[in-house]
Write a protein that binds this ligand. Sequence first.
Ligand SMILES: O=C(O)CCC(=O)C1=CC=C[C@@H](O)[C@@H]1C(=O)O
Ligand SMILES: [Mg+2]
Length: 375
Amino acid sequence: MTHEINIHSVTLYRLRMALNAPFTTSFGTIAEKEFFVIEVQDEEGESGWGESVAFTSPWYNEETVKTNEHMLEDFLIPLLLEKTVRHPDEVSERFAPIRRNNMAKAALEGAVWDLYAKKQQLPLARALGGEKQEIEVGISLGIQKTVQDLLKQIDRYVQEGYKRIKVKIKPGWDVKVIREIRRHFPDTLLMADANSAYRLEDAEHLKALDEFNLMMIEQPLAHDDIVDHAKLQAQLETPICLDESIHSLEDAKKSIELGSCKMINVKIGRVGGLTEAKKIHDYCQVKNIPLWCGGMLEAGIGRAHNIALTTLSQFVLPGDTAASSRYWQKDIIEPEVTVHNGTIKVPDKPGIGYEVDRGQLEKYTVETKTYKQKL
Ligand SMILES: O=C(O)CCC(=O)C1=CC=C[C@@H](O)[C@@H]1C(=O)O
Ligand SMILES: [Mg+2]
């Protein structure tokens, strides 16, 4: 059953949500998240929902909430409203002339994917080609004040059954901390995210991590590097996983070709949307590169998109999609995302599979703008 998707309006909701606990990375601490939720509506009033993962400052990549607003309002929404869409894959083609700005593109494209799946009466997971009925997830812990605090956090989430623990490392908070974690948790699936805190000259130091049987070290070197990561991977036993360096299928191809990584953390916002994420998935399936779905402290709509993507078969490693309650007092979706023994049951309702709680959305919304199709 094919439907032309005739989008009549796009609404940008700018939300502010306080995190249950501040999240500290090597770039700083986030206690409240401001971000865009996007609703696209067709001529029958059916809605599709997307969520941008851009933060208010450009520490993770070059995008911010403000650059999102400019790109969506002045370029991407007008392009989308220009003419109907037969399939969501057309959206990224239409956006191709716009350089980068992947998080803005992904948020709008994700809303179209949700609308498309609803019109096909398909769960988004199935519309993407995913077959898993449930997904295994891990937890990502920000930098804690003390090792004791970190061990308490790890113990809590291991008890809750999360399938893997991701901790942050940086110079001065790495080998000793990982050794201490391993002393308490010798067999837990454990990985470290360095967020580009090291240089190639640190290779000798990073080799010390090889004794701890880490699943991977995520993005140890520069956010835009794949050459030095290849040189570092040649010296380490521990697999390198790339996050910030991979913005597209092209980047994934080059990184795999060079041996810059043995795994990839796929984030829908970082690569420009579900269509590109699926292309990366399909290529990594052929190249037998394990994937997992990274998190960006999303609210429920973003979490729902991550769950759908994770149902694709090459997502063989637990991702960052934890329960809504890990981050939010009250999420903007109904039901909230819940995790039972490290597992999320994939919703079988059409689209993202969760209803948007419009009352809760309104409570967190600081500004709303609607753009209508020019008749
Ligand atoms: O959303 C989550 O639960 C994990 C978030 C997370 O680990 C990250 C979000 C953004 C930047 C980093 O700090 C880190 C990552 O790089 O994966
Ligand atoms: Mg990362």
